[in-house]
Design a protein around this ligand. Structure first.
Ligand code: CMC
Length: 376
């Protein structure tokens, strides 16, 4: 008899060669390579190649992959038109989830689930997604969409299509680093959702649509928006102590802290902290960084012993703000990056599939007589 574990904590439900997490030591590796090395030496395109192929590309392979991805940055006219008709008030995460679902209807063979077909659909979705977000954001601001520029990377093109001007090298690189850091993370909730859906041999669009729905929750990817809102509620560094203590006393959570797997500081938070500090200095946002840092000090003092430390979402809030992204685009940024991870897991699942079908422990009554309607 297996026992029920609330939240499936510690249950191994898949095998993967994509990412390894040691939550006690604060280690994260993609295909064996430390996340710190990738965030300083790699690019998002190379990282996605690594996750999908379980090895780093040679130069010609990287060039071919990047070119192949870039071909997808330009959206078909019918998709642009569909985005134009969406309510301008829609939340970008609802919009992105809806549009990825919609892409299946423009695919001549949406249900093809060979590994090759899944790769093709994955690169399509990954290429379209930044353009979908940028196009929607421009329409809701009353602006026309901007065509992607050949020769620009995923990160550069996204910022260019959003803002209409070529991003500085520093901003594009900062964004690229965020994309690398969020790309994969073991069997997190949205990845589990994607693997579970594709295990029915449904289709890649359904699996990714489900994953986006999972990611937007405030306990998962939606926490980065929660962090920013929280920072907005604190007037100055001097108010941090009373704010944090008040929340802890009321047993309210501090967004961007705690993790099911990490019991020490998330290594991605270390990389993002350095980035947030640099960008905050460059863009005159040191108040945000200083408030964040003070929250971290107080949380370490109060709940560090319980293993509650900053997670990936904590410093990504300041980072995204300094890059100039609107609050409701923070979680879509997480999704753009995690598309790399979800797709890799969908491919892994299809390579060695078995239907996910766990059990529930029945804790209700037995042998209850059926009561006729007039006697209830
Ligand atoms: N602030 C204050 N206390 C916390 C926090 C927090 N952020 N996180 C956990 N705790 C406490 C919690 O109150 C509980 O205390 P007690 O044992 O006294 O009741 C204990 O730590 C265990 O918490 P839990 O919620 O049962 O732990 P979990 O493993 O189910 O949850 C978590 C993990 C990430 C959902 C949780 O830490 C949390 O809600 N954090 C805030 C939201 C957040 O930042 N989410 C992003 C997660 S990382 C990125 C991603 O996966 O997308």
């Amino acid at each position: 008899m297996s026992t029920y574990v609330k939240g499936l904590e510690g249950i191994v439900a898949a095998q993967t060669e994509m990412s390894h997490i040691d939550g006690q030591k604060g280690i994260l590796e993609y295909v064996g390579i430390a996340i710190g090395d990738l965030s300083t030496k790699s690019t998002f395109e190379e990282t996605v190649f690594l996750l999908w192929n379980k090895r780093l590309p040679k130069q010609d392979e990287l060039d071919a992959f990047s070119k192949d991805l870039a071909k997808r940055f330009a959206l078909p006219a019918a998709i642009v038109e569909e985005i134009r008709r969406l309510p301008k008030t829609a939340e970008p995460m609802h919009m992105l989830r809806t549009m990825v679902s919609s892409l299946a209807m423009y695919d001549e063979d949406p249900n093809a689930n060979s590994v090759e077909a899944a790769r093709e659909k994955s690169i399509n979705i990954l290429g379209y997604a930044p353009s979908i977000v940028a196009t929607f954001d421009r329409y809701r601001r009353g602006l026309d969409p901007i065509a992607p520029q050949p020769g620009m990377s995923f990160a550069e093109n996204f910022l260019y299509m959003l803002n209409g001007e070529k991003p500085t090298e520093t901003m594009a690189r900062a964004f690229d680093i965020c994309m690398i850091l969020h790309a994969d993370h073991g069997l997190n909730n949205s990845t589990f959702s994607a693997r579970s859906i594709i295990s029915t041999l449904s289709d890649v669009y359904s699996a990714i649509t489900g994953a986006i729905g999972s990611l937007r929750g405030p306990l998962h990817g939606g926490a980065n928006e929660g962090v920013m809102k929280m920072l907005g509620e604190i007037d100055s560094v001097d108010d941090v102590e009373s704010f944090v203590m008040g929340r802890l006393e009321r047993k309210d959570k501090i967004m961007g802290f705690g993790h099911r797997v990490y019991k020490t500081k998330d290594p991605r938070a270390n990389a993002l902290q350095a980035l947030a500090k640099q960008l905050a200095e460059d863009t005159g946002n040191m108040d945000l960084y200083n408030k964040s840092h003070r929250i971290e000090e107080i949380m370490e003092r109060e709940v560090g012993a319980k293993g509650i430390y900053p997670n990936v979402d904590f410093y990504s809030a300041t980072t995204y703000h300094c890059i100039g992204l609107k609050l409701d685009l923070f979680t879509p940024m997480f999704a753009l990056s995690r598309l790399g991870g979800w797709s890799g897991h969908i491919i892994e699942q299809l390579e060695d599939n078995r239907l996910y079908r766990p059990s529930a422990e029945y804790i209700g009554k037995h042998e209850v007589p059926y009561t006729p309607m007039n006697q209830r």
